[in-house]
Design a protein around this ligand. Structure first.
Ligand code: SAH
Length: 196
């Protein structure tokens, strides 16, 4: 297939931690994503006080922006450095606590309570731990998941959303023979089969 060159590629959690440690984080943007601004109305759909999920959140600045609008934000990220950098770069005081259901995981929560970041693998989460969400901002998440884990990721995401939820997904379009990823190329046909 056209994505054959990427389907067996695996980036380990250790490699992600190293990227953070080395400052090799070209995926992080200081400015809010223009597509979130453009499609904010679709995400919110006239509603306020939503629970919004950021899978593979890094230190995405949009978390602060949506929290300031009155929504409550939950993110998940393997890198503790990313999570701590997020709070310190926005001068947000936070506390840190273990997650009883997940061995080794920690949850970092802003003192104001509206931003909760789980430091663990997304595959450790379930709706019994984090509840369900009204909205999802998936940028640098599905496209960062190893191709072999996409089905598992999509099934989990479907489980984590409420019936009346909005899911904004950003992908990248390019020739997968010319770049090994991440971000990986996920064809539109695959997105349809993953999410239905
Ligand atoms: N969405 C963010 C970050 C994108 S890069 C943004 O828009 O800036 C992908 C992030 O996912 C990295 O920070 C990496 O450390 C994290 N990550 C990779 N695999 C993960 C996993 N299985 N569970 C949680 N986080 C993961």
């Amino acid at each position: 297939s056209d994505v054959g060159s990427q389907k067996d590629r695996v980036v380990t959690e250790e490699e992600w931690l190293q990227k953070w440690e080395m400052g090799n984080i070209g995926f992080h943007k200081e400015q809010r994503h223009p597509l979130l601004q453009k499609y904010l109305d679709v995400l919110l759909n006239g509603r306020s006080g939503l629970r919004i999920f950021f899978p593979l959140c890094g230190k995405a600045v949009e978390m602060k922006w949506l929290a300031d609008m009155g929504h409550s934000i939950v993110g998940v990220e393997v890198s503790e450095q990313a999570v701590k950098d997020f709070f310190s770069e926005h001068s947000l005081p936070y506390c840190e606590e273990p997650v009883p259901e997940i061995s080794g995981a920690k949850m970092f929560q802003s003192t104001s309570g509206n931003i909760s970041l789980y430091c663990c693998s997304i595959y450790d989460l379930s709706s019994s731990i984090v509840g369900k969400f009204d909205g999802v901002w998936d940028r640098g998440a599905l496209v960062a998941v190893n191709p072999c884990d996409r089905q598992r990721y999509a099934s989990l995401m479907i489980n984590l959303v409420e019936k009346n939820s909005s899911y904004l997904l950003v992908t990248v379009s390019y020739d997968p023979n010319k770049h090994k990823g991440p971000p990986f190329y996920v064809p539109e046909s695959e997105i349809k089969s993953l999410f239905g």
